[in-house]
Design a protein around this ligand. Sequence first.
Ligand SMILES: *Cc1c(COP(=O)(O)O)cnc(C)c1O
Length: 350
Amino acid sequence: MATAMPNKRVDFRSDTVTRPTPEMRQAMYEAEVGDDVYGEDPTVNRLEELAAHLLGKEAGLFVTSGTQGNLIAVLTHTFPGQEVILESESHIFYYEVGGAALIGGVQLRTIPGKRGAMEPAAVEAAIRPHDIHFPPTGLICVENTHNRAGGAVIPISNMSALAAIGKKYSVPLHLDGARIFNAAYALNTSAQEIAAYFDSVSCCLSKGLAAPVGSIIVGRKEWIERARKWRKRLGGGMRQAGVLAAAGIVALEKMIDRLPEDHKLAKYLAAGLAEIPQLEVTPPDTNIVLVDVKQTRLTASDMVYRLADQGVLVTAFGPSTIRLVTHKDVDRGAADWVLTAMKNIIAGEA
Ligand SMILES: *Cc1c(COP(=O)(O)O)cnc(C)c1O
């Protein structure tokens, strides 16, 4: 960012900005390690087993990022020339640099969602019948919570209907569950129950769970073995990765239970912003707040710069939409700072 920044700042750009906790750093320091490409890192093995257990699957794989986890999932489920059905604004389609198309050789078939949820009938209609002209449908992807829909939660009924369609047509389902534990809390259920609708799940350790690096993918044992081969092929085979996995274990054991605080802070922030007449706020399901700033007569990117001048970091999410994400490294004081900065900026524009 070109703007000169004040020394003190509050960072609502993403929950990826969370720093590892002292307990994580301690666990990293003490981690027992080995060469994970040989399968000999006990800490990585422990993390993979823990994640598989939490998500109710046979096996897990520690990967470098959510993007790599989703790409490996697409590669492991599909063959080049197949078609993948996913939501129009899904992370895999929108933010993963076209990796599925470039590296996986699959065609992406997007279905517009309502708050991130694809209509089951529309998904069923998009499944390709056998015909010499058609690319066969190889995979259906779902994102829960849905980032671009503002951390929206996909309801159980929707996931269940999509799973039934997958079963009917023998098409596997992958969940981009970067924030699956936020979804589980908002749905008042377990991550395991959500994961049960899917053949594979990816989950970020480095967002609200605050680990410095890494994601996990889980699925059947045989599927994970093939995924492991893809990870190696992509250059994601890491050696003494137990140093990183140790933080991931703390993330899964200690950080899930505090996610409700992020949801509460998002509600507080959204309520405060909604009191400002020029702002249109989408009420948050989880830890993401979307704000339409059209009526301030500033564009989203102008607003991002004006806020940064006041020490408030947020993301432009469209021509007139900004995104604020709550996480463990921001608190009520930081939220109040956002409200004050926003009021100052709007008063200056009047
Ligand atoms: C952040 C995110 C990812 C990718 O994670 P990275 O670790 O940043 O590559 C995937 N899907 C969703 C929904 C995300 O929010």
